[in-house]
Design a protein around this ligand. Structure first.
Ligand code: GTP
Ligand code: MG
Length: 197
């Protein structure tokens, strides 16, 4: 475990109420149920730190966790939750997009993608939006324990190929399993590298 200390700081819907942007920040985003909160718990080694659920739509707020007193890890609500109303979806779009575009200490957005599926339009579109806004991002493929490594590799390769239609350079990709606590260390290492520069 590379993280020694992780503590919950606050939950917010408004960008104006977020903690002071005085230290580097990294956000975890992706479809509802992709495993954002589970991955945060697995990486920090704290089971109940971020709230998880089998039902999509669990995380509704911007949740800040302070890691080793030096940087923030942020758990965000998921997108693409089919049951949510149109108004809810519009609200999500507005407040999350405002957070992503206005948060000055945000170093990198980690986009989580389910490794069991072929590239989904909603994920590709979201990556393209980040690209248009000039927001640095990396890809984390989740739930690797649910199928063979070959299948995960194929889906990751297809996703990279799809993105390469729009991006000159496809961002780094990570394969993880929150269930098996695998793949988290590489993410922490990359965050530490960014923090050091
Ligand atoms: P929202 O907050 O609703 O957007 O969802 P989320 O992306 O935070 O997903 P969450 O972490 O709550 O996990 C959703 C479901 O997927 C839960 O039932 C988890 O136990 C399961 N899950 C998450 N990660 C993994 C994984 O790596 N492997 C397996 N097998 N299940 C996982
Ligand atoms: Mg969640």
């Amino acid at each position: 475990m590379l993280i020694k200390n992780a503590e919950f700081i606050c939950s917010n819907t408004e960008v104006s109420k977020l903690p002071e942007p005085s230290i580097p920040e990294y956000a975890f985003i992706g479809r509802s149920n992709v495993g954002k909160s589970s991955l945060i718990n697995s990486i920090t080694g704290k089971k109940g730190l971020a709230k998880t659920s089998q039902k999509p739509g669990k995380t509704q707020l911007i949740n800040h966790f302070l890691i080793d007193k030096t940087w923030y890890m942020v758990d965000l609500p998921g997108y693409g939750f089919a049951v949510t109303s149109k108004k809810n979806r519009a609200d999500w779009e507005r407040f999350i997009r405002r957070y992503l575009t206005q948060r000055e200490n945000l170093q990198c957005v980690f986009v989580l993608v389910d490794s069991r599926h072929e590239p989904q339009k909603i994920d590709v579109d979201f990556c393209c939006w980040l690209g248009e806004k000039g927001l640095p991002f990396m890809l984390i493929f989740t739930k690797a324990d649910k199928q063979s490594g070959v299948k995960s590799d194929q889906n990751m390769a297809k996703f990279r190929k799809t993105l390469s239609q729009w991006f000159e350079e496809v961002p780094p990709t990570f394969l993880t399993s929150a269930e098996k606590k695998e793949g988290g260390d590489a993410i922490i290492e990359v965050i530490r590298e960014i923090n050091a520069n």
